[in-house]
Design a protein around this ligand. Structure first.
Ligand SMILES: CC(C)(COP(=O)(O)OP(=O)(O)OC[C@H]1O[C@@H](n2cnc3c(N)ncnc32)[C@H](O)[C@@H]1OP(=O)(O)O)[C@@H](O)C(=O)NCCC(=O)NCCS
Length: 178
């Protein structure tokens, strides 16, 4: 296996990120490319953070973080405003090699630079890989069955997880970065 390189996202990454999504779940590839290009543009404008991993110049994973503002008219179960770890995806044949952990350490580092005191993420209730990975950083379940704008209509029940970035001993995220 070659060395994994981590960097910020570039405009040319939209297609590769869309490919990661399409490999995980069948969907319209053109819509996926547009969606990826939208958040890459927000990252270029510093409104969010998107980091990728590549091997031999091939993108094998990406991850996002951003501030979410809960719309005033949002349904009751909508997740609260705050700093969030949003999407993360590692190519199937590159899983379990510490890439998700490294991308998450980088995302948490960015949140702290923004002055965040609490970080949130949400996951399907049965996503053992995601929950296991975030647990290493100290995330714990906070709210069951949350809604998030843009989630799929056929989505499974999701759990919101919370991490206090000011808690004593919170250094695992920094230690996890290679
Ligand atoms: C979740 C995901 C990003 C993890 O990425 P990864 O690079 O495979 O994870 P890492 O190798 O960094 O794993 C770090 C730790 O997380 C935990 N973990 C990872 N995968 C796991 C699994 N399948 N089951 C249980 N724990 C798991 C382990 O504690 C692991 O440490 P270990 O390998 O030393 O035991 C990856 O499985 C993925 O892309 N899943 C599909 C997309 C997805 O579900 N995204 C999250 C949406 S909330």
């Amino acid at each position: 296996m070659t060395e994994v390189r981590y960097r910020k996202v570039k405009p040319g990454d939209a297609d590769a990120i869309a490919d990661l999504w399409c490999a995980r779940r069948p969907q319209d590839p053109e819509r996926a490319k547009v969606r990826a290009a939208e958040f890459i543009a927000r990252a270029r404008g510093k409104q969010e953070f998107v980091t990728v991993a590549e091997e031999d110049g091939v993108l094998v994973a990406y991850a996002r973080a951003a501030y979410f503002t809960r719309p005033a008219d949002a349904p009751d179960r909508t997740a609260p405003s705050g700093w969030y770890l949003l999407g993360i995806s590692v190519r199937a044949d590159r899983k379990r090699r510490g890439i998700g952990r490294s991308l998450t350490a980088r995302r948490l580092g960015w949140l702290r630079e923004q002055g965040a005191e609490v970080a949130f993420y949400f996951a399907d209730f049965d996503n053992e890989a995601s929950i296991g990975m975030h647990e290493e950083f100290g995330f714990a379940p906070a709210i069951r069955d949350v809604l998030f704008p843009g989630m799929r209509a056929d989505s499974k029940p999701m759990i919101l997880h919370r991490l206090d970035l000011k808690a004593p001993g919170f250094a695992r995220a920094d230690r996890a970065a290679p």
